[in-house]
Unconditional design. Structure first.
Length: 215
């Protein structure tokens, strides 16, 4: 029997949480299928996304969309209404912010998550990790400064999908030698996000706990 609903595939701890939050915020008619870690490398999911990564949306017609920024753009354009129009001022700024977060910040985490892909020996892997953390310090300072100068509580001065991905990146920071207390605007943003009903819904759907619950 063919699917009757669009479905987002997620996995705990991954950037797919941003798309999950976006769905909750705009009440998009998209089901969320949360997989156990490791299921993304099994045949059933590889038939959906051969890259073996999340997020992915499988549409009711069988088409599949991957890559977080593309999924967020589709969600906004299809279900977000005027507030998420890509040709609006906020839409352009959101696209810019998400591009920076996905390419520069997310990309800098490569050596942290898989140092073996960048160096062979343990000592060389330690070096590439430390270089990555140095880059990340600069990125988080930039985001902290941007948020501090925003006119309001949100990264772009208005609530946007950039806040959803920023929250994911703040969660990842906790896995590194970096300290959240060095970025007070980001810490305050995390607290605002974890008080948000949509974020609570998304965390529950993805079997994740608020960061604040462990701090």
């Amino acid at each position: 029997m063919p699917d009757t609903q669009d479905t987002l595939y997620t996995m705990p701890g991954t950037c797919s949480l941003a798309a999950n939050i976006a769905i909750a915020w705009i009440d998009a008619p998209v089901a969320v299928e949360n997989m156990a870690y490791g299921d993304h490398k099994k045949d059933a999911y590889l038939a959906i996304n051969p890259k073996g990564k999340v997020p992915a949306i499988k549409f009711a017609d069988g088409d599949v969309l991957t890559e977080l920024s593309a999924i967020l753009a589709w969600l906004g354009a299809t279900h977000g209404g005027e507030g998420y129009a890509r040709d609006s001022k906020l839409g352009r700024r959101e696209a810019e912010a998400l591009s920076f977060m996905t390419t520069e910040v997310h990309g800098a985490y490569g050596p942290h998550f898989a140092a073996q892909n960048f160096a062979k020996s343990d000592s060389a892997q330690d070096e590439v990790k430390q270089a990555a953390y140095d880059r990340l310090r600069g990125h988080y300072k930039r985001m902290n400064d941007k948020l501090s100068s925003a006119d309001g509580d949100w990264y772009l001065g208005e609530k946007s999908f950039a806040d959803a991905f920023l929250y994911v990146l703040v969660r990842w920071l906790d896995q590194t030698p970096l300290t959240l207390s060095d970025y007070p605007a980001l810490a305050a943003h995390r607290d605002r996000m974890e008080a948000d009903a949509g974020v609570k819904t998304a965390l529950g759907r993805q079997d994740m706990q608020p960061m604040g619950a462990a701090s």
